[in-house]
Design a protein around this ligand. Structure first.
Ligand code: SF4
Ligand code: SF4
Ligand code: SF4
Length: 230
């Protein structure tokens, strides 16, 4: 079994462990684990969002369920996405520089820290319900457009030495990688993925029929794509 086939089941199991960890904490020192995951972002990218974050997992699973139920699925057209992808940086700047913090930006906190402890208020429960409902039609709505942690981690990861490389010799430009990406990264347009939206979910790798996407060490941390992401 190749990496592209086993990576999604393994990712599912790890995500399930971290969701279970919200109820029964596994880790004696969760703050140490969080520190190592944070540091790893600089080297290998945002594995936290793709493999660990319970709210990310919940959105993924609802998207999976929606596909199984054959609900209509939508992907924001790139002419809008190229602007909308900056919204989470705007929210992050608003919070960091003005202190203004709207309840709807707190969905990660409501889910990851409060869901299983009966501490949800009506406002927080409603906020979560809205994002989870939208996940039935759109991949990771909170991660794509609202999450401050996702935005900051993504920025930290852009000069990571490890990234997904695309072999242009074997690529048939079918765009299945683009369609599979829950974070709207245009994988087919670049020889390697070093986009701040990438969460290392490897769905593009699993979707590629030619096995031309590989997670590799880059030749230089400052290497730029030959083609600009349009
Ligand atoms: S972007 Fe935010 S909510 Fe989404 S997986 Fe990352 S930390 Fe969690
Ligand atoms: S580019 Fe690939 S690994 Fe990155 S978020 Fe998109 S599908 Fe996941
Ligand atoms: S799925 Fe594979 S073959 Fe198709 S465009 Fe993407 S990298 Fe190329």
């Amino acid at each position: 079994m190749t990496f592209s086939k086993w990576v999604q089941p393994i990712r599912f199991i790890i995500q399930a462990c971290f969701i279970a960890g919200l109820v029964v904490p596994f880790f004696p020192h969760p703050e140490m684990v969080a520190k190592y995951i944070f540091l790893s972002t600089l080297v290998v990218g945002v594995f936290f969002c793709g493999w660990v974050c319970p709210l990310g997992a919940a959105q993924d699973w609802l998207s999976w369920l929606a596909r199984k139920l054959r609900l209509p699925r939508y992907q924001i057209p790139y002419r809008f996405q190229k602007f909308l992808q900056f919204s989470r940086y705007i929210w992050a700047a608003l919070i960091l520089f003005t202190g203004i913090h709207y309840a709807f930006l707190n969905a990660r906190f409501y889910f990851n820290d409060n869901l299983f402890y009966g501490m949800l208020t009506w406002t927080s429960a409603l906020t979560l319900a809205v994002f989870l409902l939208i996940s039935l039609f759109l991949d990771r709505p909170f991660c794509n457009y609202f999450c401050m942690k996702g935005a900051l981690d993504g920025l930290m990861s852009i000069i990571r030495p490890f990234s997904i490389k695309r072999n242009n010799q074997t690529c048939i430009h079918c765009h299945l990688c683009d369609k599979a990406c829950p974070m709207n990264v245009r994988v087919e347009h670049t020889p390697f993925v070093r986009h701040p939206n990438c969460i290392n979910c490897f769905k593009c790798v699993s979707a590629c029929p030619k096995n031309c996407l590989k997670f590799r060490l880059m030749s230089s941390p400052f290497q730029k794509p030959h083609k600009k992401q349009p």
